[in-house]
Design a protein around this ligand. Structure first.
Ligand SMILES: Cc1cc2nc3c(=O)[nH]c(=O)nc-3n(C[C@H](O)[C@H](O)[C@H](O)COP(=O)(O)OP(=O)(O)OC[C@H]3O[C@@H](n4cnc5c(N)ncnc54)[C@H](O)[C@@H]3O)c2cc1C
Length: 439
């Protein structure tokens, strides 16, 4: 008989969860509310006064000091285990922080790259020595980090990476060579989680300190939105990485890359919920004040329908995020926290919910796209102007449907292209078209 006492990933289709098994934002306890308040305070005190400099002057370098300030307020430590100076918080807490930090705009991307995809590979796959060396400083923001998977020739098809890692004759270091593309936080990061192939085929993770040498940072990309976030190429030129900095098992880099993306997708869904609420906050009061044809525009059916559509999508996205967070926390709570492989086992629990992570990413980001689109529309000409905020939200949300695996990739039913569980050949949508015998 099964020992399982919680509904697992995808099981909502097969069995109804008991009401007590479903987490909603109303279930947050005092501690979780306090951490959420810290995120609100951070935005009010540190981001709002610098909004112009960050978002409209595109001061990407400011991200370094902002991350350090966030670290001082505990906002980088949520996912880091307590024994390494972190909070070891549950997923519901992690998600409320992602939801609220989204209100910071560009900084949300910098926060996600630092506290999420940049730190989590070490939390879940690092050795005890690697965790002790890096995690305490990542949790405070003393060390800034980035996650370097994408390359100029390989985005969705991440395993087609061409970056190489070659063991030196002394057997002490791997020499990394290649180019990583669109790396968030690259402009100021001290540490990079890099994926490269050993002997041409063993896709492997590495912890690369910029101080190792051979790391060249390209120019800042000129982007449509999230203009205050740093996005650069990272060029590796015979970068010497000690063998002790191999992350996880040689040849199992895909295991790290895709499991970390599961968490990144989940968090992006949560931050999209925050974006939906912000769009409503900025647009609904306007519709009650703006009068046309002698009546508030909120009295017109077409405007009411827009508000209803966005509110319903935000409600559904929020429910998906916190329900899944609660189920995941239940799943993780079944593990022995004192076991040496607790962190690794925790990420395997997240993997059980990888389908939910993708659904949350796709639905959440589409909901936010709708919220930004309809928000601009409800404000008419004012929506198109910088002063009202929605113009920026409209530009900023666009990236959400592209990074952390495009929405097409997350929607691919077999997920072979992003989880590598099955071969591309067996996937009807990823499989390259067959050439006709005549061509
Ligand atoms: C601002 C920004 C920040 C980023 N930050 C990071 C970062 O920190 N670290 C990092 O490693 N990467 C980062 N990325 C890279 C991002 O994850 C990739 O851009 C994304 O995965 C898509 O890859 P691509 O751009 O190469 O597009 P491609 O993979 O070339 O895709 C192009 C189009 O083809 C579609 N497509 C591809 N394959 C299929 C398929 N099988 N079926 C259907 N459609 C398909 C895609 O959905 C997309 O619409 C960032 C990108 C940007 C723009």
């Amino acid at each position: 008989m099964s020992q399982q006492t919680y509904p697992t990933g995808g099981e909502f289709l097969l069995r109804a969860a008991a009401p007590a098994e479903i987490f909603t934002p109303e279930d947050f306890d005092e501690n979780q509310r306090m951490i959420a308040q810290a995120a609100r305070d951070f935005i009010q005190q540190k981001i709002d006064p610098r909004r112009e400099q960050i978002e409209y002057q595109g001061d990407t370098a400011l991200g370094a000091s902002l991350l350090q300030e966030a670290g001082a307020m505990g906002l980088l430590a949520v996912d880091v285990p307590e024994r390494f100076g972190g909070m070891g918080a549950d997923k519901a807490t992690v998600m409320i922080i992602s939801e609220l930090i989204s209100r910071s705009g560009s900084f949300a991307v910098q926060h996600g790259a630092q506290a999420g995809i940049g730190t989590l590979p070490i939390v879940y796959f690092g050795t005890e020595a690697q965790k002790a060396r890096y995690l305490p400083r990542l949790a405070t923001g003393e060390l800034l980090t980035a996650y370097a998977l994408t390359e100029p020739g390989s985005g969705s098809d991440a395993l087609a990476a061409r970056t190489t890692a070659t063991l030196n004759p002394a057997g002490t270091h791997y020499l990394l060579n290649g180019v990583k593309q669109y790396i968030s936080n690259a402009g100021f990061a001290d540490l990079f989680i890099v994926f490269a192939k050993i002997d041409g085929d063993k896709f492997t993770g590495f912890i690369v300190e910029k101080a190792f040498g051979g790391v060249v940072i390209g120019a800042e990309e000129k982007k449509m939105g999230i203009k205050g976030s740093s996005t650069c190429q990272v060029i590796l030129e015979d970068c010497p990485v000690p063998v002790a900095n191999v992350l996880g098992e040689i040849g199992k880099g895909h295991h790290i890359a895709f499991n970390i993306l599961n968490v990144g997708r989940f968090k992006l869904g949560a931050s999209s919920v925050g974006g939906c609420k912000l769009a409503l906050e900025w647009s609904v009061p306007y519709t009650t004040q703006r009068e046309q044809f002698g009546a508030p525009i909120s009295s017109f059916g077409l405007i009411r329908a827009k508000i209803a559509d966005v509110a319903a999508a935000a409600f559904a996205a929020e429910s998906m995020v916190y329900r899944t967070a609660g189920l995941l926390d239940r799943a993780i709570a079944t593990l022995d926290k004192t076991a040496p492989d607790y962190d690794l086992k925790s990420i395997l629990k997240v993997e059980e919910f990888s389908i939910e992570c993708s659904m949350i990413k796709v639905f959440g980001t589409e909901a936010m796209a709708l919220a930004a689109e309809e928000g601009v529309q409800m404000l008419g000409g004012y929506g198109y102007c910088q002063e009202y905020g929605l113009e920026r939200l409209y530009r900023d949300e666009r990236i959400n449907r592209i990074f952390e695996g495009t929405n097409e990739i997350n929607g691919c039913w077999c997920r072979a292209c992003c989880c590598a569980r099955r071969s591309r050949e067996s996937c009807p949508c990823c499989r390259p078209p067959r050439r006709s015998p005549r061509s």
